[in-house]
Design a protein around this ligand. Structure first.
Ligand SMILES: [Zn+2]
Length: 91
């Protein structure tokens, strides 16, 4: 049902976003979300719960293998596909 602009405005009056409430890491002093691990050092509640350096190394290795796989696949697919395009441009 259609309603007035005032009705729409009243509903949207509650749609504003609030700034995140951050707390300070006890290990490195960086701001982090309360009840969440610190994303800078991987500490939570005074102890290390995640080795972020090892996680980043694992992630970089995974991305690199994926990039190489895509490059190999494109290298096989691209060479026959590019040749007919060049002949069309000449005409
Ligand atoms: Zn920290």
């Amino acid at each position: 049902m259609r309603h007035t602009r005032a009705h729409t405005g009243n509903r949207r009056a509650h749609h504003a976003l609030k700034a995140a409430n951050l707390s300070k890491c006890s290990h490195c002093g960086a701001a982090h979300r309360p009840h969440h691990m610190c994303l800078e050092c991987g500490y939570y509640n005074g102890r290390q719960v995640m080795d972020l350096g090892a996680e980043k190394a694992k992630r970089d290795a995974r991305i690199k293998t994926k990039e190489e796989k895509i490059k190999n696949e494109l290298g096989i697919v691209d060479t026959p596909a590019e040749q007919p395009k060049e002949t069309k441009e000449v005409k």
